[in-house]
Design a protein around this ligand. Structure first.
Ligand code: UD1
Length: 416
């Protein structure tokens, strides 16, 4: 099983273009299913989750070609409505295919989704919304069979702004008869990106970027060429890397407009950050100061950068508290950081971290995608060698974290 090996204590310096966003491209690929024609996406990240989604689309009769970072999806012939069990379980986002398939083919067969082990991750809101739109959903032995005589616009109110459930509603409503009003929608930039793409495909959407979306369905979609935005979580990961290791770097296509809260927290911790258009410059001297932070739905501090914060707080000065309010059970990485000498006490949803100023290299296990990336960052700030095992999790969302960090001067490589 492949491992990432990091020799710590090298400060970073350099410039890097940020890859396209994982969480934006996956629903965009699902949207391509709605259209009996061709969709071209540019700046597509070459990551495992994209390859997995391509495999699912191909198994249903779509033609997918990824050349460099340009992905062409032709969904003219759709022969299947069943998501293969293995891929469906490997990737939680496969659940958003439910809305797109119901919209396109009026039927979908999906296994309960998998993905990162960061809490129970139920799908009750997805099912509630799709049923309101006119789907009949039966479950037998972990397999969901959804059918509809035709989706019809309706009013849906969410009690919590679920990203995936919002995307599922958008995809189903885009092909429904009439107008759907979704209240309590997620406002994540990736939801906005999906709305903008659906608009380009010919769907009328009002309220984009707010928590109330009005979607007028259509049966006439257009061929489009669309650009995937930069990955704000990858930007946040590499900003954390510079803060943990020290040094300076410039990140292009870095989505600074979607990182307001993160930039504010990192500045409070001592980073010098300048934003120029879509470029972020960061410089860090000395250890980060400690802060107290709470993860929240957008525009709050993203849960996907919580593990990186644990690392920064561990090498920082003083004591801080990190509260996880989005996913329970997302503190698994703390246990691994203990092996490197971090002082973290978990009390329910809170992690109390006492800064140590230095960590020591150790053999640690990537428990999930973002946790694995965070342990890699911890290795940069640790004395000696760190080995991150089970790093297949990291490949789900980062094109090549070793290549990227090496281009900034880190001593890091992957062994098969
Ligand atoms: C998406 C992102 C993920 C990110 C998360 C929160 C993708 C592919 N993944 O995940 O990286 O960490 O948003 O920003 O875009 N919930 C329910 N019932 C539901 C749906 C969700 O109770 O039907 C709960 C979840 O258990 C969790 C919370 O709502 O506690 C947030 O989940 P959600 O916003 O749906 O996250 P995902 O779409 O799974």
């Amino acid at each position: 099983m492949s491992e990432i090996i990091v020799q710590g204590y090298h400060s970073l310096k350099g410039e890097l273009e940020i890859q396209g966003s994982k969480n934006a491209v996956l629903p965009m690929m699902a949207a391509a299913l709605l259209h009996k024609g061709t969709t071209v996406l540019s700046h597509v990240p070459r990551i495992q989750d994209v390859f997995c989604m391509m495999g699912i689309l191909e198994s249903m009769g779509c033609a997918c070609h990824l050349t460099g970072h340009t992905l062409t999806i032709c969904a003219r012939e759709l022969t299947g409505v069943r998501i293969p069990e293995e891929q469906g379980k490997a990737m939680r986002s496969s659940i958003i295919l439910l809305g797109a398939l119901l919209g396109r083919s009026r039927e979908a067969v999906v296994h309960y989704p998998g993905g990162c082990s960061i809490g129970s991750r139920p799908i009750d809101m997805h099912l509630f919304a799709l049923k309101k739109l006119g789907a009949r959903i039966e479950e037998e032995s972990g397999v969901l069979h959804a059918r509809t005589k035709g989706m019809k616009g309706t009013v849906i109110a969410f009690s919590y702004p679920s990203v995936g459930a919002t995307e599922n509603v958008l995809l189903a409503a885009a092909a429904a008869e009439g107008t759907t009003v979704l209240r309590g929608a997620a406002r994540e930039p990736e939801v906005e990106a999906l709305c903008r793409m659906l608009e380009a495909m010919g769907v009328e959407i009002a309220g984009i970027g707010t928590d109330c979306l009005k979607v007028k369905g259509t049966r006439e979609f257009k061929d489009i060429v669309y650009d995937v935005p930069g990955d704000r979580i990858v930007t946040g990961t590499y900003l954390s890397a510079v803060m943990a290791a020290g040094g300076e770097a410039v990140f292009t296509r870095s989505s600074p407009g979607h990182l307001g809260c993160v930039i504010e927290v990192f500045e409070k911790m001592g980073a010098h950050i300048r934003v120029l258009g879509d470029t972020i410059q960061i410089a860090m001297a000395g250890s980060p100061g400690n802060v107290s932070v709470e993860t929240k739905p957008y525009p709050g501090f993203p849960t996907d950068l919580q593990s990186m914060m644990l690392v920064l707080m561990s090498v920082g000065a003083g004591r801080g508290c990190l509260k996880e309010t989005v996913f329970e059970g997302r503190f698994a990485t703390a246990k691994e950081l203990h092996k490197m000498g971090a002082a973290i006490i978990i009390e329910g949803k809170e992690a109390w971290v006492t800064g140590q100023r230095s960590l020591s290299g150790a053999r640690v296990r990537a428990c999930d995608l973002r946790g694995g990336a965070a342990l890699t960052i911890a290795g940069l700030a640790a004395e000696g060698e760190t080995k991150v095992t089970e790093c297949y999790h990291i490949l789900r969302g980062y094109e090549d974290i070793c290549r990227d960090l090496r281009s900034l001067g880190a001593d890091i490589w992957r062994e098969a």
